[in-house]
Design a protein around this ligand. Structure first.
Ligand SMILES: [Zn+2]
Length: 86
């Protein structure tokens, strides 16, 4: 999945201007989480890669899955696209 590289880059260039709490993947802890999985006994965060990998198991256990990508899109943060060159 090509999107994964973009996510990693975003997490490295994250600024304090980020108002959305940063969730990082519980599996690899470097990629910014794309999905927040609400379980009865807690919550898990996964990047797109690992969410897809565990999707079947998570779907059974989770009562809610929040797509963090969608939250991100609601807040225009154009500087992310510009800061890749550094
Ligand atoms: Zn991951």
């Amino acid at each position: 999945m090509k999107l994964l590289n973009a996510w990693k880059r975003v997490s490295l260039t994250m600024t304090s201007e980020d108002l959305v709490p940063a969730y990082f993947c519980d599996k690899c802890s470097v990629a910014r989480a794309a999905h927040l999985i609400k379980l009865l006994d807690g919550e898990l965060a996964f990047c797109g890669h690992h969410y897809n990998q565990h999707k079947e198991a998570l779907d059974k256990k989770a009562y809610e899955v929040i797509e963090l990508n969608k939250i991100e899109e609601d807040i225009p943060q154009l500087e992310k696209a510009e800061s890749n060159g550094r």
